[in-house]
Ligand binder design. Structure first.
Ligand code: ADP
Ligand code: MG
Length: 693
């Protein structure tokens, strides 16, 4: 349960003065949720300095000026294209205030002739006359206070003005409670940081440009808090699993030997190396928790299969969980023929398998008649009972968030866990996403892969691309057409895909198919099946997930608006056509304007096929938070910390978390209790639930 002291921070922003239904909606859009704490994490991005108050005759055009003026005259427009003008003056010169499309009433009310006003805005000059259009504020002298000389600027979205955010945030700041200090005393002293409350409040009141920098003391402290919460939460999960006794799984190797004999290839040395690491974990006394990293096509499936067989050889059961139904089915299709061949039983269990079929599977599972179960994450949360589950593979593909999912493995009686990911992640990011989890890396691809011919082209060459495609498809090729990713809007994604589908249909007729996220699983399957069979030869698809499927015959991929995808995503997508040993082609279509970074990123794709290299470059170019493109990837995205700046803090926090759990494993000391508050503050409730009480 969240400690009471944090309640004010987790109240809705609707409880702030001035936040009505509309503002509530817009704030929720801006912040991702409506919690006051999220408003507080929304830090300023700039300062407007209004301290420049020159005489008009000496004022520098182009600067923001704050001026004390007398209102001289109103000049109403002659027609509605002209602006409303107000002449004002100081003792040195006159200035024209310009208003477009504003009711004369309100101007006359705010600027009565003969009165003194304080105005602030950008000074311009037109035909040799000084002008200011739409001043940022017009105030009576007594309304003007010195804190208005510096205005804090926040990142905004539609419907929220900076003034509103300033007003709301000021109230939110006032609600920050005095929290117990969770930082190590000595470290806190060395860093010369301020308390959480002070740091957060100061971060919202920048005075100089430096105050906006992520490396300043206040922001560093907040970043450290966030990173420490992340590292501690991961360490708690890991501690919990590692503390549990495991089973010593040491199969006789017979099943594995049989499978290896039927495979058309030998394991690569990279595969053998990670298998040895996994076998060692399996046979150890403690529960296994290991991350397996391997680029798309590096051959993780057979590694997963071998390690599951090790468990099955000991008379136990194994399970593999995929992030989507399509991928679960794909695992089944690759593994079933091999396993059935050696007399083992593998079954698929998804949400769509219902009624008798389902109860039969559940029954056989409980009786131990099923050796390996394939399913989605969601399924393992329901009441599925195994006879004796000893090994779980969590196939994350390109999704993250392992700590939430580890609870699933509690089904298994001390089951060992292997988490597989197809996303090459730079080392620092491994730490933020998985903490100190042991990890293995398949660092070499199987031999004999032909490189993909990757071309970068402007969308203006679309017709050329289509003509080339026509030739290739006529020769029996199969292709993916990946549609623009419109950030944050599934609706727009869909519209773009449907439009492209319609155009392509005119050219390719019924050889074109469409899959997108909004389709029913059944319909998706149907389209995928037809693509696999070759009834459809051109598949228009929206997102990464939809193409996360193995169709070895597909050797061409066209990606529209490639500049909008993260490098890692592009790499994932391209991996889909790299499976066969035939040459493949990937065309990255971009639209103007393409930024320098955008250009560089697409060039990296052209030059490299090494996922780890691409990931490192991506990190260099953009900073870690964005490495996987959008938030949708579910990667641990920090709100304050920025891995391109706070990398050193990550390593300190990692050590800190380790130390904490070594000396105070139950978080019972004074600092430990404060740390619990920290975990709740950063919404790591899951991990803290581990501790009863
Ligand atoms: P991923 O790591 O993306 O899951 P897969 O396990 O699906 O990759 O393997 C990709 C392809 O490579 C499959 O067709 C698989 O049969 C093949 N493969 C796996 N290991 C080897 C190997 N050692 N030699 C040759 N081909 C292999
Ligand atoms: Mg795979």
């Amino acid at each position: 349960m969240r400690p009471e002291i944090l309640y004010p921070l987790f109240a809705s922003v609707a409880s702030l003065k001035g936040v009505g239904d509309k503002a509530h909606k817009f704030l929720t859009n801006l912040l991702g949720n409506d919690k006051i704490v999220s408003l507080l994490w929304h830090l300023p991005s700039g300062i407007v300095d209004r301290t420049y108050s020159p005489k008009l005759s000496e004022a520098i055009v182009g600067r923001i000026c704050t001026l004390k003026v007398r209102v001289v005259e109103h000049i109403a427009p002659q027609n509605n294209r002209q602006p409303y003008r107000v002449i004002v003056e100081d003792e040195s010169e006159q200035l024209e205030l310009i208003f477009f499309k504003i009711y004369a009433n309100s101007i006359q009310k705010n600027l009565p002739v003969g009165t003194i006003r304080i105005i602030s805005g950008k000074l311009e000059s037109f035909n040799g006359k000084l002008q200011m259009s739409h001043p940022d504020f017009i105030l009576k002298p007594e309304q003007f206070t010195s804190d208005m000389k510096k205005e804090t600027v926040y990142p905004l979205t539609a419907g929220i003005t900076n003034r509103m955010l300033n007003k709301f945030t000021a109230q939110a700041i006032a609600r920050i409670p005095e929290l117990p200090e969770w930082l190590d005393k000595e470290f806190y002293r060395q860093q010369n940081w301020k308390s959480f409350k002070n740091a957060l409040s100061i971060a919202h009141h920048p005075q100089y440009a430096n105050d906006l920098e992520p490396w300043n003391a206040e922001r560093s402290r907040l970043a450290y808090d966030e990173i420490l919460a992340n590292q501690l939460a991961l360490a708690i999960v890991r501690q919990k699993i590692k503390k549990q006794a495991g089973r010593e799984i040491r199969g006789n190797g017979l099943l594995r030997k049989k499978i290896l004999e039927t495979l058309p290839f030998e394991l690569t040395s990279a595969q053998q190396k990670v298998l040895d690491e996994i076998y060692a974990d399996q046979s150890a006394k403690f529960r296994m928790l290991r991350l397996l990293q391997g680029d798309v096509g590096s051959g993780k499936t057979v590694v997963a299969l071998m390690s599951m067989l090790n468990a099955v050889e000991c008379g136990t059961q194994a399970a593999i969980m995929a992030p989507t139904e399509i991928l679960a089915k794909q695992h089944l299709e690759t593994m079933a023929p091999l396993l059935e061949n050696i007399g083992l039983r593998i079954e698929l269990l998804t949400g769509r398998i219902k009624g008798k079929n389902r109860s039969k599977i559940l029954e056989d599972l409980e009786n131990g008649k099923i050796d390996i179960l394939v399913g989605t994450h969601a399924l393992f949360q329901e009441n599925v009972v195994f006879k004796d589950l000893a090994f779980v593979v969590v196939d994350e593909q390109h999704r993250f968030g392992v700590h939430q999912r580890l609870s699933l493995s509690e089904k298994g009686n001390q089951a060992d866990i292997l988490v597989m990911t197809a996303t090459p992640i730079p080392r620092t990011l491994v730490l933020t996403a998985y903490g100190d989890m042991e990890y293995s890396k398949i660092d070499k691809m199987p031999e004999g892969r032909k490189p993909t011919d990757t071309r970068v082209m402007p969308v203006g060459k679309l017709m050329e691309v289509i003509a080339g495609l026509q030739r290739k498809l006529a020769n029996g090729a199969r292709a993916y057409w990946v549609c623009p990713l419109v950030e944050e809007s599934e609706k727009l994604d869909l519209a773009a895909a449907e439009e492209r589908y319609a155009t392509l249909q005119k050219i390719f007729g019924n050889k074109v198919g469409l899959v997108h996220g909004k389709m029913k699983e059944k319909d998706k399957d149907e389209v995928m099946k037809r693509f696999k069979k070759g009834e459809i030869t051109l598949l228009v698809a929206t997102t990464v997930i939809e193409v996360g499927v193995n169709v070895p015959e597909a050797t061409i991929m066209i990606i529209e608006h490639a500049e909008r995808f993260g490098l890692a995503q592009l790499h994932q997508l391209r991996g889909r056509i790299k499976r066969g040993c035939t040459a493949s082609t990937c065309i990255l279509l971009y639209s103007h304007p393409l930024s320098e970074i955008g250009k560089e990123r697409l060039n990296i794709m052209k030059q490299s096929e090494d996922g780890f290299e691409i990931a490192e470059k991506d990190l260099e170019l953009r900073g870690g938070g964005e490495i996987l493109g959008t938030k949708q990837s579910g990667f641990t995205v920090f709100r304050i910390a920025d891995m391109s700046v706070h990398k050193n803090l990550l390593h300190i926090a990692n050590q800190d978390a380790k130390m904490i759990l070594e000396t105070d494993p139950k978080l019972e000391t004074e600092r430990g209790k404060a740390l619990r508050t920290l975990l709740y503050l950063f919404e790591k409730d899951d991990s803290i639930k581990t501790y009863k009480a």
